[in-house]
Design a protein around this ligand. Structure first.
Ligand SMILES: [Zn+2]
Length: 192
């Protein structure tokens, strides 16, 4: 049985809501609006249009991130909700929408590849260990290759770095890179 939390608008298999811990859950109905994703306002509008295009009803709720840009315009996010009965189809459509971003992000990162940097030598050594690179291998060259061949590059919003940009997640076959979209700092690497 799939349960539903009315306060979080989440569907899940657990007995309690994994988000708020609520125990008063009920069986989900096909027309329950469920949380799909949270995106920056512009991406959310794109996703909403793509979903409506496929006749999927969408509820979009603005969520202010509280972060002000240099022009004092709030960088707002929006959370999207779709009926549970159409959730899987909606997820597929979202993948395609996010997928089309990959090439735009790749182009931008390659155009600014000479600005990629790591904060310190200590962090660079740590990242090379994590990626299992040899001493003489060049971390930045490795990252450039990964960007060129990544299967997916997506915008994960603010909050990962101290920088002013958003966090771009670059996903290779078994490696993740996080890059600040503004400073081009390589924030985080992972190999799994
Ligand atoms: Zn909940």
């Amino acid at each position: 049985m799939i349960n539903f939390c009315e306060s979080c608008h989440l569907a899940f298999e657990e007995e309690r809501c994994p988000n708020c811990g609520n125990k008063r859950v009920r069986e989900v109905q096909a027309d329950d609006f469920c949380f799909l994703c949270e995106q920056r306002a512009m991406e959310a509008a794109m996703a909403e249009a793509a979903l409506r295009n496929e006749n999927i009803p969408v509820a979009s709720i603005p969520r202010g991130s509280g972060v002000m840009s240099a022009f004092a315009v709030p960088l707002e996010n929006a959370a999207l909700y779709v009926p549970f009965g159409m959730f899987e189809r909606a997820e597929e459509i979202m993948c395609n929408v996010i997928g089309t971003d990959t090439e735009a992000f790749r182009e931008d990162l390659i155009a600014h590849a000479d600005r990629l940097f790591v904060r310190s030598e200590r962090i660079e050594r740590k990242m090379k260990r994590k990626l299992k690179l040899a001493e003489e291998e060049d971390l930045l060259e490795f990252c450039k290759d990964l960007i060129a061949n990544a299967k997916k590059i997506s915008d994960r919003g603010q909050g990962w770095s101290a920088g002013s940009g958003n966090c771009l997640l670059v996903q290779g076959a078994n490696i993740d890179l996080m890059i600040d979209s503004d400073s081009y700092e390589i924030i985080y690497v992972d190999r799994y």
